[in-house]
Design a protein around this ligand. Structure first.
Ligand SMILES: *Cc1c(COP(=O)(O)O)cnc(C)c1O
Length: 374
C-alpha cells in the first residue's frame, strides 16, 4: 500500500503524463487542432501544469475563461496562443492584447472595445462568438451581418485580426447539435461573403468532438476529456481511451474500535451493525468532498472498498471498515483511475446527484496538488 508523504492529511495527485496522453489521443481521434481548456484552474488540476502537459501532448492553443486566467497563464510562461472568452464590462482588453491574448468577442460593443485596445500597428486577435442556439452569449443571428461587416472593416484598417469564429453546443441531442452546426455553417458562409477568412472555426467541446464528427471543423475546444474524464454518462474514461489524471487520496487520521449500535457522525445516519472499526478520513465538504454524497459514496483502503458511513462533515468523514486491519496513516483513495483499482470520480458524482466536472473542479484550495508523471 502506498502512503502519503509525512504530515500530509489529503492530497490530489495530478498525473500530467495522463493529460499529455489524453491530448495526443484526442488529436488523433478528432484529426483536429486542440484548444485545451484550462479554465477553473484546469478543472481543479492546476491551470499552468495542465496547459504545459497539454502542450506536451501537441495541443495548439489554450482556452481560458476570462482575462485574469489568461494573463496568469501568460505570466507563468505559457507562450502558446491563449483565448479568453467571457468578459465583464470594462475588462482589461488592452493589457490582454498587449500580452498577445486572443479575445472571444460576443457583441458589437466587445468588437469595438477589442479594436480600441490595439496599440501601434499590432492588430488585436479576436474570435467572433456566435449564438447558434445555446441561449448563452454570442452575437445574435440578427447581428451577424453587421458584425461581420464591421469586423472586416476593422481588419482592413489593421485594428483587428479575426483569427477564429466559434460557437458552443447544447448537447441536448444529436439533432439539436446538428441544427446548431447547420446555423454555424451558414454563418461561416455569410462571414466569408463579407471577406472574413478566419484560420480557425470551432464549435465542439468534448462531447460533440468525440460523438459528432461533423462538429469538428478542424479545431475543437476540449476540457473535461483532456483530464481523462468522460462527458457521457453511459461511457467510461476507459471506453474512450482516456486516463483520469486526478487521484484524490487521504491518510487515515484515527481508528476506533466500537461496539454494535455506535452512532456515526452528525445525525447518526449510520449505526454499526456489530462490533466494528471506524476509520476517520480527513477530507470533507470544505475540501470539495460533497456532503450530498453521504450515504452513497465509497472509498478504497488497501484493496478493499468501503462505503462512507454517516454524514460527510466539513473536514472529515468516517468509514466503517468492520474487522479489516486498518491503521492510522493508511492510504484512503476517494477516486482516481478505475483501471488502477480506484473508485471512479463518477461514483461520487452519482452519489451527489451531479457530474464528474463538478467534483474535480470543486476540489478546494486546502487540498495540495502534487504532480506525478506516471
Ligand atoms: C468549458 C468550455 C469548453 C470545454 O468543455 P468540455 O465539455 O469540458 O470539453 C469548451 N468551450 C467553452 C466555450 C467552454 O465554456
Amino acid at each position: 500500500m502506498s502512503r502519503l508523504p509525512e504530515g500530509v492529511l489529503r492530497e490530489a495527485l495530478i498525473d500530467t503524463s495522463a493529460i499529455s496522453a489524453n491530448v495526443r489521443h484526442l488529436r488523433q481521434l478528432t484529426a483536429s487542432e486542440v484548444i485545451a481548456v484550462v479554465k477553473a484552474d484546469g478543472y481543479g488540476h492546476g491551470a499552468v501544469r495542465s496547459a504545459r502537459a497539454a502542450l506536451d501532448g501537441g495541443q495548439n492553443g489554450t482556452g481560458a475563461w476570462d482575462i485574469d486566467e489568461a494573463l496568469a497563464l501568460r505570466r507563468a510562461g505559457i507562450d502558446a496562443p491563449i483565448l479568453a472568452w467571457l468578459h465583464a464590462p470594462g475588462a482589461r482588453f488592452a493589457e490582454a492584447a498587449g500580452r498577445g491574448i486572443e479575445l472571444g468577442v460576443s457583441s458589437l460593443d466587445q468588437l469595438q472595445a477589442a479594436a480600441a485596445a490595439a496599440s501601434g500597428d499590432r492588430p488585436v486577435g479576436v474570435h467572433l462568438k456566435l449564438e447558434t442556439g445555446l441561449g448563452r452569449n454570442g452575437l445574435a443571428p440578427a447581428a451577424y451581418a453587421t458584425a461581420f461587416a464591421e469586423a472586416a472593416r476593422l481588419e482592413r484598417i489593421g485594428r483587428l485580426r479575426v483569427i477564429g469564429i466559434f460557437s458552443h453546443l447544447s448537447n441536448a441531442s444529436a439533432d439539436d447539435d446538428r441544427a446548431a452546426i447547420g446555423r454555424f455553417t451558414d454563418a461561416l458562409a455569410l462571414a466569408a461573403s463579407h471577406g472574413l477568412a478566419p484560420q480557425l472555426r470551432h464549435i465542439a467541446a468534448s462531447h460533440a468532438a468525440i460523438a459528432l464528427p461533423q462538429s469538428r471543423f478542424g479545431c475543437v475546444r476540449l476540457g473535461v476529456s483532456i483530464y481523462g474524464l468522460s462527458p457521457f454518462p453511459e461511457r467510461t474514461s476507459a471506453d474512450l481511451g482516456l486516463r483520469p489524471a486526478m487521484t484524490l487520496r487521504a491518510a487515515v487520521a484515527a481508528v476506533r474500535r466500537v461496539p454494535a449500535g455506535q452512532g456515526v457522525s452528525y445525525g447518526y445516519r449510520h449505526r454499526t451493525a456489530q462490533e466494528s472499526t471506524l476509520a476517520l478520513v480527513p477530507a470533507g465538504y470544505a475540501d470539495g468532498v460533497p456532503r450530498a454524497a453521504s450515504g452513497g459514496a465509497a472509498v478504497r483502503i488497501g484493496g478493499e472498498v468501503f462505503p462512507v458511513a454517516g454524514r460527510i462533515a466539513m473536514d472529515q468523514f468516517v468509514v466503517d471498515v468492520g474487522d479489516h486491519p486498518v491503521a492510522v496513516g493508511d492510504e484512503v483513495v476517494l477516486f482516481g483511475d478505475p483501471t488502477l483499482g480506484a473508485p471512479p470520480v463518477e461514483a461520487w458524482a452519482d452519489a451527489a446527484g451531479t457530474i464528474n466536472y463538478e467534483i474535480v473542479t470543486r476540489i478546494g484550495p486546502r487540498v495540495p496538488r502534487r504532480e506525478v508523471n506516471a
